[in-house]
Ligand binder design. Structure first.
Ligand code: GDP
Ligand code: MG
Length: 724
């Protein structure tokens, strides 16, 4: 019996898996595509004499080579040549979904379009003229509701007809999207060359190859070069000519022009009465009605600020007590070790390196957890997408793209994110310049690792207005990021903006389980990091702060001084205890200053005195380049080793507040530096990978550190001048 390959392609969440399950039932197996982590799902379908192997392709918005999913989907279509491809569309989001359809049409795969979620479309009062849509696309379009298996028989009948070749092939002129005069001319020339040489014939259509080369699709360009280096060079030359021309005339890239025209093509189709709304304005469905208020031009942003501010209020007020409990546990643990172990390197490492270092980071777990919970509520309810939507208007002004918003929010734009996934999230940006601008500015956001430092310094120096300060810092980080983006886009990254479609998911009540899972996943990541990376760095920094110890003569001098005190005062007298502690503190400080880290820190003071940082702060900031969490743990270690404080049990915050090297002004300067200096090491590696070169990674370190230093120095010097 003949068995055809039937592939399911579509955007994420269009309902592919639901349709796949409905078609194949239990007859499925899951594997991986060779060499990648993308899941490959296959199942059997049969009905009467019709048999098919159904393959659930990874969900993609496009067929470029920006992500592993897109590459997998594309390779599958080109290499395995499925007899039929069902392109499943979310009828409620036609415009965005049709973007992939355009590309499938260009790839000339035997297509059947399944218009899914017809129930949702109907609830929203949309009526879709299916025959008209089918006529415009030149392929069969079948309405279905995958979740309740409605319309599947008709769909499969169309698939069967397509497989049997009984359908008329689509009119090539109809699906040929025009990309504007310049590109069209180039495509014509290139297509001719490709046809004549039979380049990659049978694998890709000639015009598709040409479009991809103009789009600067690296993977395909390499494939072409491997197949025919000489022709490859000629084609690339053509593409470069048109790219240069577009740069001169439109100040933009071919990729952007091509994306523009695809959306234009889709808009053109949809405008011709394919969708009609049955309901009038005042009978919008619930989500739309909520959005009328929440994304209102004026009320929306105000409400957004109120929501974000209350998150800070809630997390700080509710977490104060549990944070003090965790600190007490670590304090107790340190006391136990102090009493139970004899003095020596092991004791010093455990107390100063492990407990003070890692404990300082773990101490903020309750705060981080509450913050994550609030974010999870925003995310799961659908409000976060509205935040991105509202921010989009502002983003355009600064030369960024609506899709950048998510990268900023993920990086900590609201609070407690991480620049690493943020940098990854920038992948969805099509324009290389907008992507670079995003990569270079997302590390300015308040990531989860900066929160403990802020909580520490703000708690120690500006305790009365904690939430206010945190909120202010978050806003300020946005201002800095946006202004930096604008400057980059006006200088090293000049270029025109690309068009943008943004989908707003309907509002939902978050489920309790979903919230718990989301909160816990992120909190656990934070704890794991403290237990592994940060533990290792803490111990390393402890060693750098301990060795080489004081010279024997110096050590002997301190011992002698102590003996003199002991001899002069009565055993157990208050005066004697105080003096002994004072000597011990001086000894610790001298040893720290003498250590490797201490010397580096002291050497840096030559520059950092300008912004008010002493050598101990320098050590911490250097450590922060490995991971920002380390700033707190290193300060903890530095101030416990060189402790001159008579009350040794004082918390780090109290120690700083009392230390002569610190003041509210220094704290402010340190906060500013810490917020904007070089991204952490892992982020830098990611930037290098995403940007495709280390040049940009070093640029990122250099420009942000320079900026941070100028900013903190400016604030410190002006503050001193004004007498703070
Ligand atoms: P995939 O990402 O393309 O594999 O999408 P899924 O099959 O996982 O579906 C995404 C969500 O849409 C799931 O919650 C499905 O239950 C839901 N869904 C799928 N088809 C329909 C449909 O026809 N109507 C409605 N209302 N929901 C659907
Ligand atoms: Mg799926």
């Amino acid at each position: 019996m003949l068995k055809i390959i039937l592939a399911l392609a579509g955007n994420p969440n269009a309902g592919k898996t639901t349709l796949f399950n409905a078609l194949t039932g239990a007859r499925q197996h899951v594997g991986n595509y060779p060499g990648v982590t993308v899941e490959r799902k296959e199942g059997d379908y049969h009905k009467d004499d019709f048999n098919a192997v159904v393959v659930d392709l990874p969900g993609t918005y496009s067929l470029t080579a920006y992500s592993e999913e897109e590459v997998v989907a594309r390779d599958f279509l080109a290499n395995e040549k499925p007899a039929v491809v069902i392109n499943i569309l979310d009828a409620a989001n036609l415009e965005r979904n049709l973007y992939l359809t355009c590309q499938l049409l260009e790839l000339k795969v035997p297509l059947v379009v399944a218009l899914n979620m017809m129930d949702v479309a109907k609830d929203r009062g949309m009526e879709i003229d299916i025959d008209k849509l089918s006529a415009f696309l030149g392929v069969p379009v079948l309405p279905i509701v995958a979740r309740s298996s409605r319309g599947l028989d008709d769909l499969m009948a169309a698939v069967k007809a397509q497989a049997a070749g009984r359908l008329a092939p689509p009119d090539p002129a109809k699906v040929r999207i025009s990309y504007g005069d310049d590109i069209d001319q180039t495509l014509l020339t290139m297509t001719g060359l490709i046809r004549d040489s039979g380049l990659l014939k049978g694998k890709y259509p000639a015009r598709w190859i040409a479009v991809k080369i103009v789009e600067n699709d690296e993977m395909l360009i390499n494939e072409v070069k491997a197949a025919d280096p000489e022709l490859g060079a000629r084609l690339l030359h053509e593409a470069e000519l048109v790219a240069e021309h577009l740069m001169q005339t439109f100040d933009t890239y071919p990729e952007a022009v091509i994306a523009d025209h695809r959306y234009g093509f889709i808009k053109g189709i949809l405008k011709r009465g394919i969708i009609t709304h049955r309901y009038d304005e005042n009978r919008l469905y619930t989500s739309d009605r909520i959005d009328k208020v929440l994304t209102n031009r004026f009320a929306g942003p105000l409400l957004m600020l109120a929501v974000l501010f209350s998150i800070y209020q809630i997390t700080f007020s509710l977490s104060a007590l549990p944070v003090s409990w965790v600190a007490a546990v670590f304090g107790w643990l340190g006391g136990v070790l102090d009493a139970g172990l004899t003095d020596g390197p092991l004791k010093s490492m455990l107390i100063s390196g492990v407990i003070d270092g890692v404990g300082g980071v773990l101490g903020f777990v309750p705060l981080i957890m509450l913050m994550f919970l609030c974010i999870a509520i925003l995310e799961d309810s659908g409000y976060l997408a509205r935040v991105a939507f509202m921010m989009d208007r502002i983003f355009r002004i600064f030369g960024l793209h609506g899709s950048s918003v998510m990268a900023f929010i993920v990086s900590g734009g609201i609070a407690g994110g991480c620049a690493v996934p943020g940098v990854m999230a920038a992948r969805t940006l099509r324009s290389p310049k907008e992507r670079m601008a995003t990569l270079l500015t997302v590390p300015f956001m308040n990531c989860g690792a900066k929160l403990p430092i802020m909580a520490l310094l703000i708690g120690a120096f500006f305790a009365e207005h904690q939430a206010m300060y945190m909120f202010g810092f978050t806003l300020f980080s946005w201002v800095v990021a946006l202004v930096a983006a604008k400057i980059l886009r006006l200088t090293v990254l000049r270029g025109a903006p690309t068009p943008f479609v943004m989908e707003l998911p309907p509002y939902r009540f978050p489920t309790f389980k979903g919230l718990l899972i989301h909160t816990w996943e992120r909190t656990w990541q934070y704890i794991k990091k403290a237990g592994t990376v940060i533990l290792a760095i803490s111990i390393l920094l402890w060693a750098m702060m301990t060795y080489p110890g004081l010279s024997p003569e110096k050590k002997a001098a301190f011992v002698q001084e102590k003996e003199q005190i002991s001899a002069r005062y009565k055993t157990g007298s208050e005066e004697r205890e105080r003096l002994l502690k004072e000597v011990e503190g001086r000894r610790g400080a001298a040893a720290l200053q003498h250590s490797i880290a201490g010397r580096i820190g002291v050497a840096l003071e030559k520059v950092t005195w300008l912004s008010g940082f002493d050598w101990r702060t320098n050590i911490a900031l250097l450590g922060g380049f490995a991971a920002k969490e380390v700033v707190v743990s290193t300060l903890g270690t530095a101030y416990s080793m060189g402790d001159v404080d008579p009350e040794a049990a004082a918390s780090l915050g109290q120690r700083l507040a009392r230390d002569a090297a610190w003041s509210p002004l220094v704290a402010l300067s340190a906060l500013l530096f810490m917020a904007f200096y070089a991204p952490c090491f892992v982020t830098v590696v990611c930037i290098a990978r995403e940007a495709g070169s280390w040049k940009w990674a070093f640029f990122s370190i250099g420009y942000s550190t320079t900026f941070a230093f100028i900013l903190s120095t400016g604030v410190y010097q002006v503050g001193r001048f004004l007498g703070f």
